[in-house]
Design a protein around this ligand. Structure first.
Ligand SMILES: Nc1ncnc2c1ncn2[C@@H]1O[C@H](COP(=O)(O)OP(=O)(O)OP(=O)(O)O)[C@@H](O)[C@H]1O
Ligand SMILES: [Mg+2]
Length: 480
């Protein structure tokens, strides 16, 4: 046993002066900070004013029973380890002491070496408690609900929903564009769930070829394939008792989808090269920025898997669908990054805020976060101005949303709409390399409608006569 960098403090509670003296010498010698109390009253006063890592407490005290002190310590915060001591070996009080949360029970006279070991072990236990509390707090702070910002009605509804689903074991499907906070929400669900003291693991299903993903998820046995030099546990088993986030599930290979479906249905997995299936207890959260319904239509996502994972669907709104959240998100990121950079939080000019609220944010909250971080790093005054914001945010029109201002002199709406139609159809044709069926699909219109307008707007040299198309009901509907 040796003294280390941080001096640990020990309280000795005993009414016998010679015992206090003996323990004090022994433990001070080991480098501990030792305090003594010769009565329960004195001990209580010490505990009230100081923090101890360990309490060595006699059971028979003149002014009470040491077990009561043990109870009080455990009820207060339970951080310190407690070793109970007694001159009489009584199984009953030993059992009672352990039941009340004592670390150990020792009888006098003690073997000095043995006592040293017990003290050391008890202190290690306290350290572990400290570490766990610290880690837990850090994680909870980082991933707790308080870190998900949003006062819009949509976000409030989501908060309410995730708090309700967190306590269940149900599979959650998070849908939302890139950067809308899917992973953030997945973690918050995990840390608010009874599984929070087990692991949260996440895997990007789109980033790996099928065989690699299979071994990543289900594990493999040594020698199962070339390169499998040792056994691999697989994420399902590693996350046992915890939560597994299957990210970008929409990009999962169809044959892997079959295997995943089977694992989810049976709640069992089989390693590659393994012969038996093993039961697993994992809560699944799936996330995607694709439209799975559409993928089912296209035949790239299995409908049965969709129904298996779509138990509790949560759709995260794009940032442009909840503009009222922008000011508090800006505020949140300013605090976060000023703190990280060790600078005073800055204000945002009215002008910048107006621009931030007008920009369509194709990259959603992630993009906003990056813009604020960058602005803080660049800004030398205490107010963020338009100089600190990238030009695409100031003047940018994303390719998803176009903001249209009505010119002062007015415009010809029909003509304007035709020009937009022409522009989008030309782009769709370019993108599908002239294949009209594909271009039509990109625009969500029928092939016939596409062909009709293409001709009308002079986009192709289509040979079909207008009268022929004109007879088509669908086209007439589109025209009206
Ligand atoms: N409501 C929110 N409040 C605070 N921060 C948020 C919020 N939503 C997202 N963020 C932050 O934005 C960034 C992107 O979030 P996250 O990684 O969860 O998005 P995602 O939906 O998983 O994106 P992708 O589809 O690209 O993986 C993270 O830094 C996250 O902390
Ligand atoms: Mg993500």
């Amino acid at each position: 046993m040796s003294a280390d960098e941080t001096t640990r403090s020990i309280l000795i509670v005993d009414d016998e002066a010679s015992m206090i003296e003996f323990l004090q010498l022994l433990l001070q010698d080991e480098g501990f900070l030792v305090t003594a109390a010769s009565s329960m009253t004195e001990a209580r006063a010490q505990l009230k004013d100081n923090t101890f890592d360990l309490v060595l407490c006699d059971i028979m005290m003149p002014d009470g029973n040491g077990l009561d002190l043990l109870k009080e310590i455990k009820a207060a915060d339970g951080r310190a380890s407690v070793i109970m001591m007694t001159a009489y070996t009584s199984t009953k009080s030993a059992i009672e002491a352990m039941r009340l949360g004592a670390y150990q029970y020792v009888s006098k006279p003690f073997d000095v070496e043995e006592l040293k070991v017990v003290v050391q072990k008890a202190l290690e236990k306290t350290e572990l408690v400290d570490e766990n509390v610290y880690l837990r707090r850090e994680l909870e702070q980082k991933y707790g609900f308080s870190n998900i910002i949003g006062r819009s009605r949509r976000m409030q509804e989501i908060f309410e929903l995730i708090q309700r689903v967190a306590v269940t074991n149900s599979t959650v499907l998070l849908e939302g564009e890139s950067g809308t906070g899917k992973e953030l929400i997945a973690r918050a669900i995990h840390y608010a769930s009874p599984r929070s003291n087990r692991r949260f693991l996440s895997v990007n299903c789109g980033a790996m070829p099928e065989t690699l993903l299979e071994s990543e998820l289900f594990g493999h046995e040594r020698g199962a394939f070339t390169g499998a030099v040792r056994d691999k546990k697989g994420l399902f088993r590693e996350a046992s008792g915890g939560t597994l986030l299957l990210d970008e599930i929409g990009e999962m290979d169809p044959s892997m989808q079959v295997k995943l479906l089977r694992a989810l249905q049976e709640k069992k997995v089989r390693r590659i090269g393994g012969h038996k299936e093993e039961p697993v207890d994992v809560r699944i959260i799936a996330a995607t920025n694709q439209n799975l319904q559409e993928q089912i239509q296209l035949g790239t996502f299995r409908e049965d898997l969709y129904y298996r994972i779509n138990v509790i669907p949560i759709r995260l709104p794009a940032l442009r669908e909840r503009l009222e959240d922008i000011p508090i998100l800006v505020d949140h990121f300013i605090k976060k990054y000023s703190n990280e950079m060790g600078i005073e939080p800055k204000r945002v000019s009215v002008d910048v805020m107006r621009q931030l609220e007008a920009y369509p944010w194709p990259g959603n909250v992630r993009e906003l976060e990056n813009v604020i971080e960058r602005a803080l790093a660049l800004c030398s005054s205490d107010v963020l101005t338009t100089d600190d914001v990238p030009t695409q945010v100031l003047y940018g029109k994303s390719d998803r949303v176009t903001s249209i201002d009505l010119p002062a002199e007015g415009l010809d709406l029909e003509e304007y709409l035709e020009s937009i139609r022409r522009q989008l159809m030309r782009e769709a044709l370019d993108r599908s390399r002239g294949v009209q069926t594909q271009a039509a699909e990109l625009l969500g219109i029928s092939f016939r409608s596409f062909r009709y307008y293409a001709k009308k707007l002079g986009l192709t040299g289509d040979s079909q006569s207008e009268s022929e198309v004109g007879e088509d009901l669908e086209v007439r509907a589109a025209q009206s």
